[in-house]
Design a binder for this molecule. Structure first.
Ligand SMILES: *Cc1c(COP(=O)(O)O)cnc(C)c1O
Length: 360
């Protein structure tokens, strides 16, 4: 069986070493030494000024919206994971969808201005599959209309664009460290911002708003993460380079073997160093995509329709809106298996099946 993804696990004794420390200190959560160490090392690894290790990527998004005090309408992409939209609604704001660019599959900056009203307060965009949004175009629009920008960088760990970390763009970026992501801490998330005041505010929010043991600075929530999760993050960090290299090798093998497949990949940002987080393919039609998907499943090879359906026409708590490009792409896209333990032989096999069913 070949799953679509498989979490990386570090050698058990390396995780155990961190657990021994937890037992010795009896400090299990609440910004303990492992969490602080992880934050420090990630800042260094990612080359970012400030970041906070939090419960998960979804809470990170919600805290970002809260910290910026956003109200009214937030412009966002319909082609993302549900948490991007649900966080906006959860924070009492209204998501306003703007269609994606047909090549990058990220929000199309040229369509953003038409969606701005006097109630718009922010843009929340996703770097889909780790492929950077047109951050400079979005920045320009945000400046002109005095809007805040949040990036959902759940897929974008380690990505750089225009020579710096992708997380340095926007007022706040978030990342997910969920087990299925490229780099993980079992469950976990990051909030990244260049603004030290904003960072301080989110640090309060993460810990119920506590300012010392008997005072409160902010309306807060429990957005902390535990020492056990930090331990997994720390144990995984030394493997990030081999993980990256392996994914790159597998991606290049797919690219080479699938040259003659009638399906396309998103057009990548020209000034980005990518992280090979996913291997998406957009087929010529939904039926061709399903034919390929079903054929692979006969051999116990599992792919995923990521993202399907479009967030703009599927949620029971929102009025459906037509997004021509997203609706079309969401129907025709699927992601192939891609993870550290996947072998070159398995990639070759998958490619052989895909070409066989296409030519059938
Ligand atoms: C995984 C994911 C999230 C949510 O992250 P969690 O850590 O699972 O809460 C948000 N946005 C996108 C695009 C994701 O893929």
């Amino acid at each position: 069986m070949i799953p679509v993804t498989k979490p990386f696990l570090p050698p058990r004794e390396e995780y155990q070493k961190y657990l021994d420390g937890i037992w010795k200190r009896n400090w299990l959560t609440n910004m303990g030494p492992l969490s602080s160490d992880l934050e420090m090392r990630l800042k260094e690894h990612l080359s970012v000024k400030h970041l906070l290790f939090v419960t998960n990527g979804t809470i990170a998004l919600q805290m970002a919206i809260k910290a910026l005090g956003l109200k009214g309408e937030i412009i966002t992409t319909p082609f993302s994971f549900i948490a991007t939209t649900s966080s906006i609604v959860w924070e009492g704001c209204k998501p306003v969808f703007v269609d994606i660019d047909k090549d990058s599959l990220n929000i199309d900056p040229s369509k953003i201005e038409a969606a701005i009203t006097d109630k718009t307060t922010a843009i929340l965009a996703t770097h889909v599959y780790g492929n950077p949004c047109d951050v400079l175009a979005i920045e320009k629009i945000a400046k002109k209309h005095k809007l805040k920008v949040i990036y959902d960088g759940a897929h974008a760990f380690g990505v750089q664009v225009n020579g710096k970390s992708i997380f340095e763009y926007g007022d706040i970026s978030i990342c997910s460290l969920h087990a299925t992501k490229l780099y993980h801490s079992t469950e976990g998330g990051l909030v990244i911002t260049k603004d030290p005041d904003l960072l301080k505010k989110i640090a309060y929010i993460r810990n119920f708003g506590f300012d010392g043991p008997e005072a409160f600075a902010e309306l807060g929530i429990n957005g902390k993460n535990s020492e056990f999760h930090a331990a997994m993050g720390l144990a995984n960090l030394p493997y990030i380079h081999p993980i990256h290299e392996k994914r790159k090798t597998l991606t290049e093998a797919y690219d080479k073997d699938l040259k003659n497949l009638n399906a396309v990949k998103p057009v990548l940002h020209p000034k980005a160093n990518l992280n090979y987080a996913y291997y998406p393919l957009v087929f010529e039609s939904e039926s061709l995509m399903l034919k390929a998907k079903n054929y692979l499943e006969r051999y116990e090879i599992f792919t995923r329709r990521y993202f399907y359906p479009a967030l703009s026409n599927t949620l029971p708590y929102l009025v459906n809106t037509k997004m021509p490009i997203t609706d079309e792409v969401a129907k025709k896209v699927m992601c192939l298996p891609l993870y550290y333990d996947l072998t070159m032989e398995e990639v070759e096999l998958i490619c052989r099946y895909l070409l066989r069913i296409q030519n059938n």
